[in-house]
Design a binder for this molecule. Structure first.
Ligand SMILES: [Zn+2]
Length: 291
């Protein structure tokens, strides 16, 4: 499941493969944009904003306007970069985007979203997003303050939902949500208003994403060995690494970005019942109370 750090890396790989190069092959395998022909144009750059990926393609020889490809990987999307002509290691029918230049091919498979926009439309497509945790424009004061302002607008919402809401801050998915809440000792169902140090949550989010931005494996424990990299995510029923209690899971929404998947499968929340005691102050049916 791609989170901000993996999209950031995908943008970097696309940039290294294609920036400054002229497209020899360019296929958008989605009905609405199948007729878009970008061959002969030069790729200017690729960049990420939260979990959105943009490939910026310059004007053509006739001076026709630049085109920005807007991509969202959603659940299963992947970006492959390999030498052009190399046999694909994925089923051909999953390819949605094929770009090639100078002997390198970039293929996007199972993309949740692919569209060709003019640059201004591309900007508008992400203007609802909160500050990008991996943005070059992240400011330790102003960006944090902006995130806090946005999250605090809905004080009775759960912190787990607030962290997934890309309008608050961009880049967190279910993995970082789980790890952040564990590291801060928060039950993801705690209302925002009960979180004692919300600023620390935001600062830690930025730190975790930056730490993982340029490495192939995602680590929050400091231990890069296989099976030891995360505190609670993916560890349902297993003993907490800190206290030994059984890690539990439940569903907790967070849908807010219209480009995000609407099913709940990826909305699993994790929690160690001992390290993350519940502070809920909202009235809930007693059957849901388990602390
Ligand atoms: Zn624990």
């Amino acid at each position: 499941m791609p989170e901000g750090d993996s999209v950031h890396r995908a943008a970097k790989r696309v940039r290294e493969a294609l920036a400054g190069r002229t497209l020899e092959r360019a296929e958008l395998r989605v009905p609405r944009f199948a007729a878009v022909d970008l061959r002969g144009r030069t790729v200017e750059t690729a960049r990420s904003r939260g979990k959105h990926l943009f490939v910026v393609v310059g004007p053509d020889a006739l001076g026709r306007d630049p085109v920005t490809l807007h991509i969202h990987l959603k659940m299963e999307g992947r970006i492959h970069v390999h030498p052009a002509g190399q046999r694909w290691r994925f089923p051909g029918h999953t390819a949605r985007l094929v770009l090639a230049a100078d002997g390198t091919e970039v293929v996007g498979t199972e993309l949740g979203l692919l569209r060709a926009l003019d640059p201004a439309e591309a900007e508008r497509a992400v203007e609802h997003l909160g500050p990008d945790l991996l943005g070059a424009d992240w400011d330790p004061e102003a960006s944090v303050a902006e995130v806090l302002r946005r999250i605090s607008r809905r004080p009775v919402r759960t912190i787990g939902e607030a962290l997934l809401d890309q309008r608050n801050l961009a880049g967190i998915g279910t993995v970082y949500r789980a790890e952040l809440c564990f590291l801060r000792g928060l039950d993801p169902r705690d209302p925002v208003e009960t979180v004692a140090d919300l600023r620390a949550v935001v600062v830690l989010a930025r730190r975790l994403l930056v730490a993982n931005a340029d490495r192939a494996v995602r680590v929050t424990t400091g231990d890069t060995r296989r099976g030891r990299r995360l505190w609670v995510y993916g560890r349902d029923g297993m003993p907490c690494r800190r206290c030994g209690a059984r890690v539990e899971t439940f569903r907790l929404g967070g849908l807010a970005d219209p480009d995000e998947p609407s099913d709940s499968l990826d909305r699993i929340a994790y929690r160690c019942p001992s390290c993350q005691p519940r502070r809920a102050t909202l009235a809930r049916p007693s059957s849901e109370e388990n602390t």
